[in-house]
Design a protein around this ligand. Structure first.
Ligand code: MTE
Ligand code: MO
Length: 248
């Protein structure tokens, strides 16, 4: 069929107006109608991915926000940072960026914040509602300046799983620039506890729990996930076959 993907994306309305003669052909007309369906479908998908996760009321916050996975990285490096009240901790922003950054907690605190009461859903079968405060990831990425070819943001964490393999995760730019995707430093109006990912963790509210990387050390902008870990985009993706896309 001679209808290009570009024509499909422009939409059947424009295509019909411009191709009246072609549309008299039954076969072509059929394709146009299916292109219209495709357009509607694509738009719905895009809207769905941009839609906000449900936000809850303060009285719906869970009394306890349980910890899962690593509850304390317990490495010498992390213990040193914790003892110093994370004064020496820095979030590195690296990879395909115009301006690599190294941000302290006070610098992150000084950026505009977002607060959101959301439900965390873990694949292991539990959920909890918590109030998160943090800096929209978009702010940090805009400050660093993403290069044109960037497709993913990779998060590297301070904790090592099992035989010393670091926890890491990655998301695409749709999730990275989603308004509810924040680098959270507070849970329920208190500084993030060690169990929940101190001093900084990702909240990516349209995704399942394992995408919400705790103990953040580095954020990297990359074009491909191929060279990272075993190439599946995250610790559980690499080692347990979890889906990279864990949208909810
Ligand atoms: N660095 C790191 N991040 C992590 C994990 C982990 O073990 N290490 N576990 C993940 C999983 S499976 C879940 S459900 C959430 C749990 O967050 P919580 O401990 O605040 O409940 O963190 C996610 N992020
Ligand atoms: Mo989880």
């Amino acid at each position: 069929m001679i209808i290009t993907r570009r024509a499909l994306l422009i939409g059947a309305g424009a295509t019909l107006a411009g191709c009246d003669r072609l549309a008299r052909n039954d076969l072509v007309r059929e394709a146009l109608f299916s292109s219209e369906n495709f357009h509607k479908w694509a738009q719905r998908r895009l809207l769905a991915r941009d839609a906000l996760a449900h936000e809850f009321r303060a009285d719906q916050i869970s009394p306890v926000f349980r910890a899962n996975g690593t509850a304390n990285p317990n490495t010498d490096a992390y213990k040193m940072l914790w003892r110093g009240g994370f004064a020496d901790w820095r979030l590195r922003v690296s990879g395909m960026v115009a301006r690599p950054l190294s941000l302290s907690l006070p610098q992150l605190h000084a950026l505009p914040h977002r607060e959101q009461i959301t439900r965390h859903d873990c694949v292991e079968g539990w959920s909890a509602i918590g109030k998160w405060r943090g800096v929209p990831l978009k702010r940090v990425l805009d400050a660093a300046g993403l290069r044109d070819r960037v497709r993913y943001i990779v998060f590297r964490c301070a904790d090592h799983m099992g035989d010393g393999r670091p926890y890491y995760e990655s998301i695409d730019l749709t999730d990275a620039f989603h308004p509810q995707t924040i680098l959270a430093f507070a849970l329920n109006d208190r500084p993030l506890s060690v169990a929940n990912g101190a001093p900084l963790r990702l909240r990516v509210e349209r995704q399942l729990g394992y995408k919400h990387a705790k103990y953040l050390m580095e954020i990297s902008a990359v074009e491909s996930l191929a060279g990272i870990g075993k190439g599946k985009g995250g610790f559980w993706e690499d080692h347990a076959g979890y889906d990279w896309y864990a949208g909810i």
